[in-house]
Design a binder for this molecule. Structure first.
Ligand SMILES: C[S@@+](CC[C@H](N)C(=O)[O-])C[C@H]1O[C@@H](n2cnc3c(N)ncnc32)[C@H](O)[C@@H]1O
Length: 282
């Protein structure tokens, strides 16, 4: 293929959620090392939110959901256990699920060092199965937005099956205000972001595609190295509160409360994110 055809191929606009490459973003040996450093940087809201936010969030979660000794909690996409280990420290019985073995290893090491009863499952959360049930299920930092409508529907059904009677889901999402701030663009960079994608020489083509009618943005990265070329599709679904309400409703969650974020801040219709607490009627 000539360079022109190759570049045409790189710039192709796929259908929304045509490919799911989250594992390549989060589990690659080199990228996951960069991600872990971001998770653990307590001053940045990258990969995980800053430490002060997480402390505040865990405080609110504990009072809102009456978390105490033995409260069963599952954290989907737990990363290096920043919420799980804090909740376990308060006596809750917490399981964290994440497919990044680097993050899970870090989380387990901290839990062991601090003598916490947190448990960790190194698995794709879309495939996670258990006979346990939970009073609270968490999915924090808008990971729900990276999933296709079919994946979200299946995950919400799974959440429903895993919840103990009276249990709740807490998750956060991007709003339509965040969509307004995104623009289509194309760029090329050599060794983008100081070698974020690869330790060796690499050429990165990034194209941002906006699907206004369905509220989706794709950041597509084609990373060209001497011996391999990868394309990573980073999808973001943006939500109107009514649309999220419908998705939860379709999965049997009849009651939903909206918040500004997972610290329990009041819902703000002008903000770029919001959080939902969903429960099923008893
Ligand atoms: C934005 S980070 C948030 C981490 C954590 N919730 C926090 O706020 O500190 C998303 C996390 O979800 C994990 N993840 C994404 N897709 C996943 C999947 N399909 N199965 C398991 N883990 C996944 C990533 O490895 C990453 O740790």
């Amino acid at each position: 293929m000539g360079l022109f055809e190759r570049l045409e191929d790189i710039n192709v606009r796929p259908e929304p959620f045509e490919r799911y490459t989250a594992a390549e973003l989060w589990t690659d040996d080199h990228i996951s090392e960069q991600m872990l450093a971001y998770h653990l940087n307590t001053d940045l809201d990258v990969a995980s939110r800053r430490g002060s936010f997480i402390d505040q969030s865990v405080g609110w979660i504990c009072s809102k959901f009456n978390v105490g000794v033995g409260t069963r909690i599952a954290d989907f996409g737990c990363g290096p256990g920043l919420y799980v280990n804090r909740l376990a420290k308060l006596g809750a019985s917490v399981v964290g699920i994440d497919f990044s073995s680097r993050s899970i290893e870090y989380a387990r090491t901290v839990a062991a060092k601090e003598g916490l009863t947190a448990s960790y499952v190194n698995e794709n959360y879309l495939e996670f199965e258990t006979t346990d049930c939970f009073e609270l299920i968490l999915m924090i930092m808008c990971d729900f937005c990276s999933l296709s409508p079919a994946q979200r529907a299946a995950l919400l059904r799974k959440f429903g099956a895993l919840l103990a009677p009276g249990g709740a889901i807490l998750l956060d999402v991007y709003s339509m205000n965040a969509l307004k701030q995104r623009e289509e663009s194309v760029s090329y960079e050599f060794n983008q972001a100081n070698g974020f994608w690869s330790p060796g020489k690499n050429h990165v083509f990034r194209s941002t595609h906006k699907y206004e009618d369905v509220g989706v943005v794709l950041d597509k990265y084609t990373i060209v190295e001497a011996k391999r070329t990868r394309t990573i599709y980073n999808w973001t679904q943006h939500f109107l509160p009514e649309a999220l309400h419908r998705e939860f409703g379709n999965a049997g969650f009849t009651q939903q409360e909206l918040y500004g974020n997972v610290t329990g801040a009041p819902f703000d219709s002008r903000a770029c994110e919001f959080a939902v607490v969903a429960t099923r009627s008893r």
